[in-house]
Design a protein around this ligand. Structure first.
Ligand SMILES: Cc1cc2nc3c(=O)[nH]c(=O)nc-3n(C[C@H](O)[C@H](O)[C@H](O)COP(=O)(O)OP(=O)(O)OC[C@H]3O[C@@H](n4cnc5c(N)ncnc54)[C@H](O)[C@@H]3O)c2cc1C
Length: 619
């Protein structure tokens, strides 16, 4: 049975029928309560697989054949909500970060009936606050985590292949200075091992560099006491879009995925978890989702779900928060050409200087924290640490607080036992861990963005064991992520440039949407107003706001401008100017009237400040 056939073949008592928007599932009010396992009807192999767009109000009817028609669109939100309340699922996954979204995709592709609920938006937690590296984790070699580096290196190769639009090779320069904690010989030995652990299948092997090579590669770097260095390779990604690709992929495989919906309570029957009470934050309604297995994939929130599972309060903390902060400055201020790995002169910690289009991202700090994951923000002390560290290596830059375009913080959900009693979060293992509570809730914690696919595979294996089902091979090992079916990125860029004209928009569209960029671009032909840029100097188009609503599960302005696009963190006004254009494109598709549009703008402004603002020293 194809992943989504269980859903598309599901019948209401009136029988299966298509919706006005072409979907093959309509759940009608009370009658959908009558659905039960007996109604799962597999479609014949090779049966109809045609989807058409979902949310299309009268006012935005598209002319001519829809370019969206070839890309599956998620069910309308109200239908998803009704399906969640009506159906019995094999597994309910709580948390739509990269771990939960990846698990939902894996499980749905294996043919399980999957529900995924996310408190805010996909990737709104740690999965949009990372350094955006898909990396072997060179620094973990120092702590002897060879198994993790090996696994991560293999995953890096795999994701470069399965999502070439979202994961791309990135060259790093590691300069070595006199007296550094990692001298040249040690760096070279480490990099040799690093390449070996990727079975010499990394994009390219490392190169040892002399002083002149380093200076030529990064002319802005301090040359005093420079002893040489090395160039090595890892990969960069867009963490939020990687997560989103998994949520969308899960939906396309038949999972019912819902953002802005959080688990408030677990349904425990005879001591076993049988479902959860879910609050829909957009309508205020409350539903009960029933499932035979429950997965807690809430990252730094994990212990909150554990408490629901053990109301008497016996659950020991399983996750320890480690806060990490990044800042973005205009690229020309540092003038870095590639990425750099540096040892902070303040405390010898590994930190990165990362190119991100016209910005440079500097990060990260690493400190233990008890801050709530929904509220964690950068502090002035974090920003100063990063600025001082960068200035020590780029003496000509004289970066100041005024150069900081945005700052943001995330909490690494490290396995509590990974600390081995030490206070230093940096040495804690990034390996993942699955445990099963007495009520049967499977909790997955720890891990990295890079290893999300392995985490997802392992937890879905555990779900199959829990359900006493035969274990199936994870299809995610070889199946490209949505948009990832691109034989040659260079050819794709060339086609996009020829079609779109504006080179930076063309490159952005291909990187964000992969092979699906054509569908986004085609919207501008059908509705010329959608060809408007969202903000001066940035490559984003109003068409992306429309696509975000119809195909990428965006329900708020913040969903669009903070996670699906990077507008908020790339503009000094935190996306203020872009917000109105985006809202105009979203409003007719989401049925927003003037008052709702104003409310969305206000909420967006508050969200952008909450996430990208900096706490004052006395906060
Ligand atoms: C500063 C920093 C830099 C990093 N850099 C890298 C890197 O470069 N490379 C790398 O591989 N890894 C990196 N990581 C690690 C990586 O980002 C995380 O391991 C990963 O994103 C964790 O994903 P997750 O899905 O487990 O958690 P999250 O992304 O936090 O997802 C958990 C989700 O659960 C939701 N949730 C919580 N409670 C509920 C509820 N009651 N109901 C429904 N939903 C709920 C939350 O809203 C959240 O979206 C970094 C981490 C940090 C903090």
């Amino acid at each position: 049975m194809q992943g989504s056939d269980w859903l598309r073949g599901a019948r209401t008592p009136e029988g299966a029928r298509s919706t006005a928007s072409g979907h093959s599932l309509t759940l009608h009010g009370p009658s959908c309560r009558d659905l039960d396992a007996a109604h799962w009807i597999p479609l014949p192999p090779g049966g109809p697989r045609r989807y058409t767009p979902l949310v299309r109000s009268e006012s935005v009817a598209l002319r001519g054949p829809s370019p969206e028609a070839e890309v599956p669109a998620p069910l309308p939100r109200d239908e998803r909500l009704r399906a969640l309340a009506a159906l019995q699922f094999d597994v309910l996954i709580i948390g739509g970060g990269v771990t939960g979204a990846g698990s939902a995709r894996d499980a749905a592709l294996r043919g399980l009936k999957v529900a995924l609920v996310e408190r805010e938006d996909f990737a709104s937690g740690t999965s949009s606050r990372s350094s955006r590296l898909i990396h072997g984790g060179l620094r973990y070699l120092e702590h002897g985590h060879l198994g993790l580096v090996f696994e991560s290196s293999i995953e890096r190769q795999r994701l470069l292949r399965l999502a070439p639009h979202l994961v791309r090779p990135l060259a790093f320069i590691w300069p070595v200075y006199a007296g550094a904690r990692v001298p040249r010989w040690k760096l070279n030995a480490g990099l040799m091992l690093y390449d070996a652990l990727s079975l010499f299948r990394n994009v390219k092997g490392y190169q040892s560099l002399n002083t002149r090579d380093v200076h030529e590669a990064e002319p802005g770097l301090r040359t005093d006491d420079l002893k040489g260095g090395a160039r090595y390779y890892d990969a960069a990604t867009d963490d939020a879009r990687l997560t989103l690709a998994n949520a969308v992929g899960a939906s396309e495989a038949g999972a019912i995925v819902l953002n802005h919906a959080s688990v408030r309570q677990l349904v425990l029957e005879d001591g076993q978890a049988r479902g959860a009470v879910v609050v829909d934050h957009l309508t205020g309604s409350e539903i009960t989702v029933r499932a035979r297995a429950i997965v807690n994939a809430t990252g730094p929130w994990s212990d909150e779900i554990r408490k629901l599972d053990a109301p008497a309060g016996h659950a020991a903390p399983a996750v320890r928060g480690s806060k990490g902060v990044h800042i973005a400055v205009p690229r020309e201020r540092l003038g870095n050409r590639d990425a750099l790995t540096l040892l902070s002169p303040k405390d010898g910690r590994v930190m990165f200087v990362l190119p991100s289009e016209s910005f440079t991202i500097i990060g990260t700090t690493e400190t233990s924290t008890r801050a709530h994951p929904a509220e964690v923000r950068a502090s002035e002390a974090d920003v100063s640490y990063l600025l001082e560290s960068a200035n020590a290596f780029f003496p000509g830059a004289h970066l100041t607080r005024q150069d900081v375009v945005s700052a943001w913080a995330g909490i690494r959900p490290l396995v509590a036992t990974g600390y081995h009693g030490k206070a230093d979060a940096g040495s804690a293992s990034r390996e993942h861990h699955i445990d099963v509570s007495p009520s049967g809730v499977l909790a997955i914690s720890g891990g990295k963005l890079t290893t999300y696919r392995v985490m997802a595979r392992d937890v879905v294996d555990a779900v199959e064991r829990h359900l006493h089902q035969p274990r199936r091979k994870s299809p995610t090992e070889t199946l490209p992520l949505p948009g990832g079916d691109i034989p040659s990125m260079d050819a794709e860029f060339a086609t996009a440039r020829a079609e779109v004209g504006n080179a930076s928009t063309a490159v952005h569209l291909v990187r964000a949407y992969g092979s699906r960029w054509r569908h986004v671009w085609a919207l501008t032909r059908q509705e010329p107003a959608l060809a408007r840029p969202l903000a001066e100097g940035l490559p984003y188009l109003a068409a992306e706001a429309a696509w975000g609503v119809t195909h990428e599960l965006a329900h708020t302005l913040s969903d669009l401008l903070i996670r699906r696009l990077k507008v908020a963190f790339e503009t000094r006004d935190l996306g203020g100017a872009a917000a109105r254009v985006a809202a105009e494109a979203m409003a007719p598709r989401l049925g927003w009237d003037t008052a709702e549009t104003q409310r969305q703008l206000a909420v967006y402004e508050a969200d952008a400040l909450r996430i990208f603002g900096v706490d004052s020293p006395d906060a």
